[in-house]
Design a protein around this ligand. Sequence first.
Ligand code: SAH
Ligand code: SF4
Ligand code: F3S
Length: 454
Amino acid sequence: MEEASQNTETVKKVFIQTYGCQMNEYDTEKMFEVLKHQNYFQTDSREDADLIILNTCSIREKAENKVYSELGRLRKLKSVKPELKIGVGGCVAQQEGKAILRREASVDFVFGTDNLFELPEMLKKVSRGQEIIQTKRHARQKVRNFIPEYAFQQTQHHGIKAHLAITKGCNNHCSFCVVPFTRGIEVSREPENILAEAQRLTSAGTREICLLGQNVNSYKANGVDFVELLHRLDELENLQRLRFISPHPKDFHEELADAFVTLPSLCEQMHLPLQSGSDRILRRMRRWYTMETFYEKVAMLRDRLPEATLSTDLIVGFPGETEEEFEMTMEAVRTIRFDLIYSFKYSTRPGTRAAEYPEHLAEDVKSKRLQILLETQGKIVQEKNEALVGSIQEVLVQGKHYRKNSITGRTRGNHSVHINDSCAIAGDLLSVRITGALHNSLEAEIISKSTVLS
Ligand code: SAH
Ligand code: SF4
Ligand code: F3S
C-alpha cells in the first residue's frame, strides 16, 4: 500500500456517521487517521462539513434503512451546499455498490470494506468531478496486513481504551448472516503488525485494548494462534487490560479458557454468542455446536473463574422457530444466567440461505418473543447486579460522568460503574466497593487508588 502523502492544501472538515459494530467503529477511526493526513479535521456537525461519510451496516434491515433515510436528509443539505462531498462506505456499500449511486444522486462516491485506505486517491478523483465506485476486494489471502502501517504510525492520542482489529471477514456462513458477503473471507494480520499497533497505542496512553474480529478466536498467522497472540500482547508494558470480541463458540477451547487464568491482563469477561437454545434451530442456523457442547464451554470458563462475566447474542423468530423452540432459548437464558444479552428479532438478509427458508414468522410473533426474553433477562441482570453490592472491584476510570463531581469507569468484568467522587482522572486504576445496583450499571465508592497511570 502506498504511503499517504501529506497535502498542504487548505484545511477541510469531515463528518463520519458510524452505523455498525466495533469493527465498523474501528474502520471509522482509521478513516479519520487517513483523512487527517489529507488535511481533513473531524467535525461533529453535518452542516459544517466539507465531506460527509456514512460508514454503513447491513446486519439487519433496520440498520440498512437508516442509511437511506440519512441520505434523504443529506440530499437537502447538498442542495444548499453543492460543494459538499458525500461518500458511502462500509457493509451496505460493499453489497450495494453502484445501486446506491443510482438510488441517491447526491452521493459522490461509494467504497467497500477493503477500500478505506484508498480514500486519498478516491477523493482526488471526486474533486475532479469523477463518480467513484470502489468495492474491489483484496486478493484472497489467509494472512494480510489489512491495516497499513502508516495508518497507525503517527497516532497521537487514542484514549484509555482502544480497539485493535486482528482478523476480518468470516468463512462460517451462518445461514442468517450477511457478514461473509460484506467482509469477505477470513483474513488474519501478521502478529508483528498487530504488536506494532498495540505498542503505539500503549505508548500513547491506551491502557485497555479490545481485539476485534468477526471470528476473533480463529486468528492464525505465521504459526501464531489466538492464544499465543494473547500471550504476546500480555507482555506489553503498560497494558492493563485485554479483551476480545467476537469469538465463535466452536473455537473456544481449554487453552483459551486457561489463558483467562494465566494472563494478568486478560479480563474475566467473555462474549459467547449462542443465537438459539434449540439444537434444531442451531443446525438450521449452521452454527456447528449443540446445546450440550455450549453448556460444556460455559463450564470450561466458569469452572476456572466462577465470577467471570458472560454475555451472548440471541436471535428470536428465526424461520420455522416454534413456541417450544423459543422456550428452549428461554430455558438456556434462565439456566446460564448471562450477565448481558444482545437480542435481535430475526431479519431477512438478501443473499443468505435463511432468506430462502420456508416458514418466516410474522413480525408480531417475533416482537412478542423478544419482549418475553427481555423481561426475563432484565430480572436476571437486576439480581446479578444486586449480588455484586458489597464486593470489591477494580475500576479503570474512563472519565467524568455527566453528573457533576462524578466519574465513570469499568470493572474487569466490564460492568459500567459510577463513582460519586471527582478525585480521579481517566486512566486511574481504582479499588472500589460496590454500593448500589442500577438497571445497566453499578454505583461504587473508592477504597484506594491503587495505581495512577500517566
Ligand atoms: N461474528 C459474530 C457475530 C457478528 S453479527 C458471531 O458469530 O457471533 C452480531 C450479531 O448480530 C450476531 O451474533 C447475531 O445475533 C445478530 N445477527 C446477525 N445476523 C442477523 C439477522 N439476519 N437477523 C437478526 N440478527 C442477526
Ligand atoms: Fe456472521 Fe456467523 Fe460469521 Fe458471525 S460467525 S459473522 S454470525 S456468519
Ligand atoms: Fe454491520 Fe458489517 Fe459490522 S454488517 S455488524 S458493520 S461487519
